[in-house]
Design a binder for this molecule. Sequence first.
Ligand code: DOR
Ligand code: ZN
Ligand code: ZN
Length: 421
Amino acid sequence: MIFKNAQAVIGGEVKKVDIRTENGLIAEIGENLSGGEVLDCAGLTALAGLVDIHVHLREPGFEKKENIESGARAAVKGGFTQICCMPNTSPVIDNKVVVTYIKAREKEVNLCKIHPVGAITKGQEGQELAAIGGMKHAGAVALSEDGKSVPSTKIMSLAMQYASDFGLKCLCHCEDRELVDGGVVNEGYYSTLTGLKGSIRAAEDIIIAREICLAESLDLPVHICHVSTYSGIQLIREAKARGVRVTAETCPHYFTLTDEAIKEFDTNTKVNPPLRAEKDRLAVIEGLKDGTLDCIVTDHAPHHADDKNVEYNLAAFGISGLETSFALSYTALVKSGELTLPQLAEKMSATPAEILSLKGGKIEVGAPADLTFADLNEEWTIDPDEFVSKGKNTPFTGVKVYGRVKYTVVDGEIKYEEKRK
Ligand code: DOR
Ligand code: ZN
Ligand code: ZN
């Protein structure tokens, strides 16, 4: 197949080229290529297939919220060719049987690549390490207790060491449960205004600091999930400067929204960690710019309306993000001049792939033919009724964005094509 006339983001450059794929790989990149079925991509931008290393697919156990098929459909619609799914399912992904089940479902669904993330402890109960070796052999690409932190520092330190013995990294959700103490929003002006219980930045920062200390002492890598605080970003920046092997991610909602969004009590704004203040939002953008924050993930957390159409305190935490992430990021970061398009591509493809040693993330000869074609000039309005994810929970309803995914190609096959209106 030849994808013709797209503007391709290749390394630090954007250039008009043809891309020829063969046997699932990128075979040739150049001008006026021939020899295969042709798809004219004039006017579109070709990016290395987007990679999201933090997604909740809810299967097994919570298929009312999402399943592997609906989640994968949302992924390819959002331009993602590879996603990593978090272990807070039921049963928890804490052994090779559940990992094997997800890999089997990945094959059946046959849309994007799905990489399971195993739990750190059995049942995510924080007591005993999960069966790490078995999960690795079955196809787990990382370990995480996502949804919470591992309370015991001792167990976390053992986890990092065992993970490393199996060539895996820990992806750390940072939250001191005692300090959060039932808080549902950021503590500040808007928690006071609404009367909703606040959670202070330190609840996140203390665990970020703990994971950094462990990584530094043990000289092991660690990855910090969904960073939301200016102070947490500073901890990571300083750790990186002294050579700690720490990487970090953030999500579109942390650089596009602040806790002001909670003032109407819309439960779609309830997310963990919570939306913070303007100072934090600006620090997240600065962190993305200076490389403190390595990549952008969705933390796609689909929920059923029953879990959100309740009072704020009782609502589930999370935002359905796969179908809006690229456009929100492109609009808020590239259109606004904060990042260049190649820098955004790096944060959404190359670097996340690199963090977990996944193949792909780059447009180069010999790489898997994972490609995302988007019309960057198309303006559209976010409407959850159009989501293919079962999770319609978005705080971005009615927001106008630029950048519409037209084709998503996985191993040389078109897995998503936007239907013409
Ligand atoms: O908002 C969130 N939702 N944060 C998490 O850590 C977990 C996630 C979920 O599983 O719904
Ligand atoms: Zn989390
Ligand atoms: Zn998560």
